[in-house]
Ligand binder design. Sequence first.
Ligand SMILES: [Mg+2]
Length: 378
Amino acid sequence: MKKNRRDFIKMSGLIAGSTLVGFNTNPIIAQKLSGKKNMNSSKMKLSYNPYTLELKHVFTIATSSRKTTPVMLTKIEYEDFVGYGEASMPPYLGESQESAAKFLSKVNLSQFNDPLDLENILNYVDSIDSGNAAAKASVDIALHDLVGKLLNKPWHKIWGFPKDTTPFTSFTIGIDTDEVVKQKVHEAEEYKILKVKLGRDTDKQMIETIRSVTKKPLVVDVNQGWTDKEFALDMIYWLKERGIDFVEQPMPKNQIDDMAWLTEKSPLPTIADEALQRIPDVIKAFGVYSGINIKLMKCTGMREAHKMLTLAKSLGMKVMLGCMTETSCAISAAAQLSSMVDWADLDGNLLISNDPYDGIKVIEGKVTLNDYPGIGLK
Ligand SMILES: [Mg+2]
C-alpha cells in the first residue's frame, strides 16, 4: 500500500515534469527565452500615462460637440519586450482618466507567470470591477501587443486571418455648416466611403450638400437621433434613393420593439452601436438589427472583439468594426480583425493632430496591415 502511494507520487512528479518540459521546449518561447532568465522569475509590469488627443476639427454628433478626447496610454513590460495599449474615453461614455487610473492601479499582473495565459489574465482583469470597458481594453491591447511580440507574429496572422482582403475604411463627416461640410468632403478625397453623422433637423440638407460634391458610397450614423419609427422608415427609403449603404443606430437603444419593426421593413441594413457593448448584447441585437458595430473601447478589447465577431458571423449578422477618436495604437489593434468584417470605420487616428504612435496605415482608403509583430506598431 505504502509502495503504491510512493509510486503514485513519483508518477505524478513525472507527469508534472513532462508538462513543464513540454512547455519549456515550445520552440517559439524557447527561442525567445534562450539566454534569458527563467520565465517563472519574470514578471509583467503595467504602467499608464494620461494623454489628451487634439482633434483636427470640432466634432459634432447628434448629442454633443468637442475638440479633445482624453485617453490613457498603457504599457506592459516583460523581460526585454514592451506591449502598448490605450483607453480612449469620450466623455459621453462615462469613463475618464481618473476612473481609468483608479481601475488600472488595482491591476496586478505580477501574479501571472505567463503572458500567453490570455484567457485567465483577461478574465481576472474583467473581474476587478464592473464597467471600465476602455480601461480594460487598454490592458487587453497592451497584453496582445506583448504576446504578439513574444511570438514574433502580428495578430491577424496568429488568428489566421487574411492580410490583403481588408476593407476600405469610411471617413466620418460630422454635423456642420454647408461650407464646412463641403470642405471636409474635399479633404476626404482619399477615402472611398464617407460616414455622415445624422440625427438633427438638418439631415436631408447634410446629405444633399454632400451629394452636391460627391457620388461616393455613403453610410449614415444617426446616434439614436430618430425617435419615431415611421419617420425613421421614411428617412431610410429617402436615403436608399441617394446611395446610402447602411444606417447605424437610427433609434434610441431602449426602443427595442420599434427597432425590430424598423429592421424588418428597412430596405437598408441597420447596425447596432450604442445598443451594443459586449457578448450578451450580440444575442440581444439578433433579430432587432441587421448587424453590429464592434469597438474595442466598448467590449474590453481584442479578445472579446474576436469572440463577438465569431458569434455575430455564426448568427448570420453583418459586422462593422468601429472606433473612438484614438491613437494609431488602438486603431492598429482593431485593424488586426478588419479582414473579417463587412465594413470598417477605423478613421479615429486620422481625426487627431497629435498621434504619438506610428502603426497600420490607410492607403488609398483601404485599411492596410503590416507585418510588425503584435498589434502592428512600428
Ligand atoms: Mg456610431
